[in-house]
Design a protein around this ligand. Sequence first.
Ligand code: HAM
Length: 424
Amino acid sequence: MAEPTFRAPKGTRDILAPDSTRLRALVDEFARLAGHSGFGEVVSPIFEDLGVFKRLGESTDVVSKEMFDFCDKGDPPQRLALRPELTAGICRAYAEHRPVPPWKVWYEGPQFRYEQPQAGRYRQFTQVGVEVLGTDDPQADVDVIVLGARFFESLGLGRIELALNSLGSPGDSGSRRAYEQALVEYLAQNRSLLSTQSQVTVERNPLRVLDSKREQDAAVIAGAPVMVDFLDDESAAHFAAVRAGLDAVGVAYEISPRLVRGLDYYTRTTFEFAAPALAGAQNAVGGGGRYDGLVEDLGGPPTPGIGFALGVDRILLACDAEGVFAAPADGVDVFVVDVTGGTAALMVCDRLRRAGMAVDRSYGGRSMKAQMKVADRSGASFAVIIGDDELAAGVLTLRDMVDGSQYRVEAPRLVGELIRKRRR
Ligand code: HAM
């Protein structure tokens, strides 16, 4: 095959059937479960004012290195960015529309991050997720986490691990401040043992050092103070209630005191779902947590929030690794073969489709043999054959593609006959 003139941009992919059918089925399953838990879908813009995403944290990689930002053609131009995630956009929408809390939404769609592409890491990837805005009830945290866990189960994934942590509450009186002070002191004492990159990170965002996967940092991280030891009474009670709720419904988790997420808005509950079957750095198939200050940060009223996003592309890789969630059968019920010019096929296809059947045909006036080959490949259970004899007699030949038997049917009886045969 000749080299194509253009290829999909680096880090993006064309997802063709049957993979696209499988992706759609996965999103549909998520929509079903989210709908059953009282979430309504929100469809928000793929790009937002860059300022919306700055709230994810100036020192995060997502904001400092990975943003697809651009100026529009306005005068003066507006600085926009393709969304790297949806939580900030949902909070912007909440501040804009002020829906009645608790506002429970689910979403799906492409996100964009300028990352170094590799298996399971793309520049355009799909997330599904939920957010609950307007309650700090720990049972909302539990409901959200359980929805994620049950979704993985419903796909047939049996080896998803849930890591849970609490980051406490930020602010002067919050437990985060005391912890960050202890962490900074500890990291300063051990600075010379850290990698050069982490020495820089200490200055910008000490918590993020805990996220380092570099071998040189491992020993320092292992000895670092942990947030859960610093939780104030309220945050500790909140965390205990989340754990008790997960225990009550029997969702297994592991407390992971060094779990820090890649975005800066988190408070209290944070969690990550990992698929051990996937390669180390790309094994996070989803994550989320509380972000009780984000709506206010975006100009809205003080509003607590909790949610998660799951990486659809990675979940499908995990399904491959576990051999579950095959692509649903694609294809049509009936294939119409017409060697009389094609107008009869147009009419028969339209009639059958309006009766609710999935129907295909071929184009270009090809021979009976060629059309029958395509009918075979289509996976259709029945072929409707229209030749000159049939046309003259006002009949159609109905062929059972499985056992090869065929007989003639009067044209007006075709729909009823097919309905009867498909029921068998
Ligand atoms: P996140 O951890 O940045 O969280 O992304 C969630 C999931 O999206 C990841 O666990 C991963 O499966 C997938 N993902 C992230 N980046 C890529 C990539 N480059 N290629 C493929 N998959 C990727 C968030 O986005 C938060 N908004 C989650 C949240 C919702 N927190 C609260 N509410």
